[in-house]
Design a protein around this ligand. Structure first.
Ligand SMILES: CC(C)(COP(=O)(O)OP(=O)(O)OC[C@H]1O[C@@H](n2cnc3c(N)ncnc32)[C@H](O)[C@@H]1OP(=O)(O)O)[C@@H](O)C(=O)NCCC(=O)NCCS
Length: 159
């Protein structure tokens, strides 16, 4: 008898309930606090409250997340800061972070005032963002003991 292997169902959505937000925070805790030793009081911050959190599920189980924080500068210009992008170890290199980034861009394109997305990329992850059109800006710097570089992308509201 031949066995049929069902492909996994990956879905992306905004964590809109408290339960879904807790699921996003749990994935972050596993990756950043347990795997990367980021201090717990740095990992969760005051921006979580207002952020848009995207959650990726595989066959209904949370496996990845990322957030979009809307910032306004002194001149009133808005830009979106992407952060906390992470995928549970067993689910990496399957395009899930790429899917989360695309979902974040889709959300950003619905905010007409938002002209730019930017993020602080861990150096080990910069190919992910470069492949999606993000460009490096400035010098390498340390954040939570990990080397980072700022990367940005202009938002095209027509696509
Ligand atoms: C970085 C991370 C989010 C990538 O998630 P992912 O779902 O595996 O990424 P994708 O499968 O969408 O990768 C897309 C492309 O990005 C690049 N990429 C992803 N991870 C990479 C890695 N560890 N090293 C080099 N390139 C990488 C590759 O070009 C990859 O395409 P390929 O698999 O066809 O070669 C994941 O490894 C992770 O959670 N790491 C720990 C937390 C972290 O570092 N977060 C980033 C904070 S800035």
């Amino acid at each position: 008898m031949t066995e049929t292997i069902q492909p996994s169902l990956i879905e992306y959505k905004i964590a809109s309930t408290n339960h879904e937000r807790q699921q996003a925070f749990a994935v972050r805790h596993t990756v950043f606090v347990e795997e990367q030793n980021v201090p717990i009081d740095i990992e969760r911050d005051e921006f979580d409250e207002a952020a848009i959190h995207i959650i990726a599920t595989k066959n209904g189980i949370p496996v990845g997340t990322g957030r979009l924080v809307i910032e306004t500068d002194e001149a009133g210009r808005k830009r979106g800061r992407i952060g906390r992008v992470c995928i549970l170890k067993a689910n990496r290199r399957q395009g899930i972070a790429t899917g989360i980034m695309k979902e974040i861009l889709k959300q950003a394109q619905q905010l007409p005032d938002l002209k730019e997305l930017y993020l602080h990329a861990q150096l080990s992850a910069k190919e992910l963002y470069a492949g999606l059109g993000y460009v490096e800006r400035g010098e390498v710097f340390a954040e939570a003991g990990i080397d980072h570089i700022e990367m940005f992308k202009s938002i095209n509201h027509t696509s």
